[in-house]
Design a protein around this ligand. Structure first.
Ligand code: AMP
Ligand code: MN
Ligand code: MN
Ligand code: MN
Length: 281
């Protein structure tokens, strides 16, 4: 098989985290869009992988296990995508459960804060929008605030109220980088820094992040993602070359109406980069 000819999408979400479609429907949409190799990467969860894998198998689409782990590094959130691990690994499963554990209390505090800002009922409105009671995310609050008419769309909610530096954001202490990479590697998987273009670090902080990630056994970064502009994709292709990172490609699809990129619809990786899937087939 010529891997460069394959449509590979290694980042997306289902109702098990903050996606709109159940795992089986994400699988069908990926397949319909021409995806050949697909990973479901729900936030801090592996609960959708069995359904995703079963549907992918029915469709004849190659499936890779995945999860997008929330990490706190140097005071900010970084997302680490794990790929190709054993989803029944107890250390990984328990680590993800502990990572999810603070979300219920955080959701209540987010509701309180939004109420103080003149938007009452957000907690009660967001909870039923979460397909997984252990995974209430800012996205569910954002969807509720759109439904309630406070904002025209989810992006506006993040820009005004729920983005990392906005007044409605309740910061969390997520997993450590060392734990996240350790859980992924301990379960036989490969660790990838998700959408590096989204993080507000200085050049020195980025260097320290990449160095520490490599030291811990991290191997890849996302280069082509729905969360990067074309300029950011070019920049992180350069970073992959300089640091010797494997490169990944993923839409970060959440919803047909909210997401910048649909499943499988992004440009390919630059030819000279070594893809994260280089030794998979
Ligand atoms: P949480 O894990 O609850 O903090 O929510 C994080 C999720 O919110 C991300 O995975 C995105 O789906 C969404 N999100 C975060 N920041 C933004 C943003 N600036 N614009 C749009 N969506 C965002
Ligand atoms: Mn998300
Ligand atoms: Mn992310
Ligand atoms: Mn994501």
């Amino acid at each position: 098989m010529d891997p460069t000819a394959l449509n590979i999408d290694l980042h997306c979400h289902s109702t098990v985290s903050d996606g709109i479609l159940p795992p089986a429907e994400v699988a069908r949409r990926a397949h319909a869009n021409g995806v050949d190799v697909w990973a479901l990467t729900d936030h801090d969860e592996v609960g959708g992988l069995a359904e995703a894998q079963a549907t992918a198998q029915e469709l004849g689409m190659r499936f890779v296990t995945g999860s997008e782990i929330s990490v706190t590094w140097s005071g900010h959130t970084v997302h680490i995508v794990g790929l190709g691990f054993d989803a029944s690994n107890a250390t990984l499963v328990n680590g993800l459960r502990r990572t999810r554990a603070g979300r219920a209390e955080r959701a209540r505090r987010m509701g309180d804060r939004l109420a103080e800002m003149g938007m009452p009922g957000a907690y009660e409105g967001a909870i039923p929008l979460a397909g997984n009671p252990e995974l209430v995310s800012r996205t569910h609050f954002a969807r509720y605030l759109v439904q309630a008419g406070y904002c025209p769309d989810v992006q506006t909610v993040f820009n005004k109220f729920l983005g990392d530096d906005c007044p409605g954001h309740v910061p969390m202490q997520w997993a450590t980088l060392s734990d996240a990479v350790g859980w992924i590697r301990g379960a036989g998987g490969r660790a990838v820094i998700a959408h590096p273009g989204r993080y507000k670090y200085s050049i020195l902080q980025f260097q320290a992040l990449f160095d520490e990630f490599i030291q811990l056994g991290g191997e890849g970064i996302e280069v082509v993602t729905g969360s990067h502009t074309p300029d950011e994709a070019r920049h992180y292709a350069g970073v992959a070359r300089r640091y010797g990172f494997l490169a990944s490609r993923g839409s970060d699809f959440h919803s047909p109406t909210e997401s910048k990129a649909d499943l499988g619809a992004l440009p390919p990786l630059p030819d000279d980069l070594k893809p994260v899937w280089h030794d998979w087939f």
